[in-house]
Design a protein around this ligand. Structure first.
Ligand SMILES: [Zn+2]
Ligand SMILES: [Zn+2]
Length: 336
């Protein structure tokens, strides 16, 4: 079969790859489409990534083979699958750190969504695979995994109904987070340097302003002068932290959704201490949020209209990476 194979930094080409076979408890799917994630791009650009490799973990496909003992799925079904599943039993899992479980990253799709065929291991079949209802499009379903990460981030940020959240960066993740905060009953403010993304954020329901003074006035009015309870950073790295801290209430949470490119955090420790700020982060999701994300998308409580701006064939994955890197694309969807 063909796959978009990573052969080293900057080398991403359509090549032959061994065809996977479904074993007991597993599925083989013909990939219908796969979203390109910011974390794929970080791996594709990093010199530390092991080659050869096939990425892609926001996978929608059609079941073409069912392993022994699989009862919940059948050939011909459209499914959305996610790549990592925890063990559910270890210390990390029992403490709510499912994505830190030692089994989590080991359990993975074979080879990934940027290929014609993909094998879904048994734990993923059991905990991270969902059959699409007739009214749910492939593209909508491809957001299950990224939305799950957003739902988990909202939980971990501690935001509750009546709070105010400030979402920094209004790309596809910022727009999903905005809607996820709103579902939690949190008032949502958004910020982005790019006008087109500010428009996307407004369409996702966030209150977004073109100049900081307007944002600050609205935030102050909505919170009786306190500032946001949570600042959720999907972009901006560390250099933005002082700007963020100035818009956060005392006792508030700064939550990092993205790792940034080697950025560090420049914030006086005295601020952190005297203002009792909390800095936290979210890496990936768990099967609980995958299920919640699937339900929210299937019922239309979370909308993804307009987020996919580019649809590319598998052979043009490298172009998709460039488009997202240059912020010309919001979300790239790749189809074999
Ligand atoms: Zn992703
Ligand atoms: Zn575990």
């Amino acid at each position: 079969m063909k796959a978009a194979v990573y052969g080293g930094p900057g080398d991403l080409e359509l090549r032959d790859w061994p065809e996977p076979v479904a074993g007991a408890g597993e599925l083989l799917v013909r990939v219908r489409g796969c979203g390109l994630c910011g974390s794929d791009i970080l791996k594709i650009l990093s010199p530390d990534t092991r080659a050869p490799a096939v990425f892609g973990h926001e996978v929608v496909g059609e079941v073409i083979a069912v392993g022994a003992a699989v009862t919940r799925f059948s050939v011909g079904q459209r499914v959305v699958v996610a790549h990592h599943v925890p063990c559910f039993r270890c210390h990390y899992c029992r403490r709510g750190s499912a994505s830190m479980c030692r089994a989590f990253k080991r359990i993975n799709l074979d080879p990934g969504g940027f290929a014609e065929l993909c094998r879904v291991p048994a734990p993923n079949v059991e905990h991270a695979t969902f059959a699409l209802p007739p009214g749910m499009s492939d593209e909508t379903a491809s957001f299950v995994e990224p939305l799950a990460c957003c739902l988990r981030a909202v939980k971990r940020s501690g935001a509750v109904a009546g709070d105010a959240a400030l979402v920094i960066g209004l790309g596809s993740i910022g727009c999903l987070l905005s809607q996820a905060f709103a579902l939690a009953g949190t008032a949502v403010f958004g910020a982005d340097l790019v006008a087109g993304r500010r428009a996307l954020g407004r369409a996702a329901g966030a209150r977004v302003f073109d100049v900081d003074a307007e944002l600050d006035a609205a935030l102050s009015e909505a919170t009786e002068g306190r500032g946001a309870d949570v600042a959720m950073l999907t972009a901006g790295g560390g250099s933005l932290l002082p700007w963020v801290a100035a818009r956060l209430r005392d006792g508030g949470h700064v939550h990092y959704f993205a790792g940034g490119d080697g950025a560090a955090l420049p914030l006086p420790l005295a601020d952190l201490y005297h203002r009792e700020l909390t800095i936290s982060s979210t890496y990936s999701s768990s099967p609980t949020e995958l299920r919640e994300a699937f339900d929210a998308l299937a019922t239309g409580r979370i909308r993804v209209d307009g987020l996919i701006t580019h649809r590319l064939p598998l052979g043009e994955l490298a172009r998709g990476v460039e488009l997202m890197r240059r912020h010309e694309a919001v979300k790239v969807y790749v189809t074999p």
